[in-house]
Design a protein around this ligand. Structure first.
Ligand code: ADP
Length: 248
C-alpha cells in the first residue's frame, strides 16, 4: 500500500478504474481442475493477470515423523512465488511474506478439510505463483481448494474468497497490481460459501469501519460468484473423465 498518491489517478471522472472496470467488478477468472498427472489433485487458475498452479499430495505419511498428530491429519500449505512471477526478479525461496501466507492459507483450508478422518497423515498443498498481479493469496487459496476436491479429500465445502480495498478514496473490489501498489488499502477475505463463515480476513492500509463493512460485503458477494466457477471446473473435469471412460 503506497497510500494516496496525487500524481497517479486510479479512478477517472466516469468512475472507471485503470483497467476499465467499475468499482465492484471482478477481473476475468478461469479455473481448471486436474491439470497435473503426478499430483493426487491439482488446479490452475487465471485471475486477471495472476497465473497460479495448486497441487495436492496426500493423505500420506508424515516426514519428519515428530510432526504427526495422532488425532488428525496435518495440512501444510506452501505458498511460493516463482522468481520470474514479478517484474523485478524475486529472490527465490521462502521470505517472511510467503511464510505468513502459507500459514493463513493452511489455517483457512484446515477449517473445511475433515482432518480427523486421517490421523497421523499429512496433506500437502503446494501453491506456485507463476505470474503475480495482486490478489495472489486469495487466487491461490481458491485454486488450492479445487485441487483438494480434485484429490477426493473430504471437505465440508470449498473455500473461496476475493479482496476488496480502497483506491482514490473509493471502496473497490479485487485490486490489481497498480491499485495494490498506489491505493490506500487492501482487504483480502475468504469464506466457507455454504455458511458464509469467514476463514481469512486481513487488512493492509487504512479504512474506516463503514468502508471495511462495505468492502467485506462486496468481497463476500464476489466470492460467491467465484464459487460457481470452482464448481464448474470440478464438474467439467468429471464430465471429461466420464466421456473418456465411455470411449474405452
Ligand atoms: P497478494 O498477492 O495476496 O495481494 P500482497 O498484497 O502482499 O499479496 O502483494 C501484492 C502484489 O505485489 C503481489 O501479487 C505481487 O504482484 C507483488 N509482490 C509481492 N511480493 C513481491 C516481491 N517480493 N517482489 C515483487 N513484487 C511483489
Amino acid at each position: 500500500m503506497g497510500g494516496i498518491n496525487k500524481d497517479i489517478k486510479l479512478i477517472d471522472e466516469n468512475g472507471k478504474r485503470i483497467d476499465g472496470r467499475s468499482f465492484n467488478e471482478l477481473r476475468p477468472i478461469k479455473i481448471e481442475a486436474g491439470v497435473l498427472e503426478r499430483a493426487d489433485g491439482s488446479a490452475y487458475i487465471e485471475w486477471g493477470n495472476n497465473k497460479i498452479i495448486a497441487a495436492v499430495y496426500g493423505p500420506r505419511e508424515v516426514y519428519p515423523k515428530h510432526m504427526q498428530d495422532p488425532s488428525r491429519a496435518v495440512l501444510r500449505a506452501r505458498y511460493n512465488m516463482a522468481a520470474f512471477s514479478v517484474d523485478e526478479r524475486k529472490k527465490p525461496g521462502p521470505d517472511r511474506r510467503s511464510i505468513e501466507l502459507s500459514l493463513v492459507i493452511s489455517n483457512a483450508l484446515s477449517s473445511v478439510v475433515l482432518l480427523e478422518q486421517f490421523p497421523r497423515t499429512a496433506i500437502d498443498v503446494f501453491i506456485e505463483v507463476l505470474q503475480a498481479d495482486a490478489g495472489t493469496r486469495i487466487a491461490g487459496l481458491t485454486a488450492a481448494s479445487v485441487a483438494l476436491a480434485d484429490a477426493g479429500i473430504p471437505m465440508k465445502d470449498l473455500i473461496v474468497g476475493c479482496a476488496a480495498g480502497k483506491v482514490d478514496n473509493t471502496v473497490v473490489l479485487d485490486l490489481n497490481k497498480e491499485e495494490d501498489n498506489y491505493g490506500q488499502a487492501d482487504l483480502p477475505v475468504a469464506i466457507i460459501p455454504r455458511t458464509k463463515e469467514i476463514v481469512l480476513f486481513q487488512m493492509d492500509g487504512d479504512m474506516t469501519f463503514d468502508e471495511v463493512e462495505m468492502g467485506l460485503n462486496m468481497a463476500i458477494d464476489a466470492a460467491l460468484k467465484v464459487y460457481e466457477l470452482q464448481k464448474d471446473a470440478l464438474r467439467r473435469k468429471y464430465i471429461n473423465l466420464a466421456q473418456e471412460d465411455e470411449q474405452q
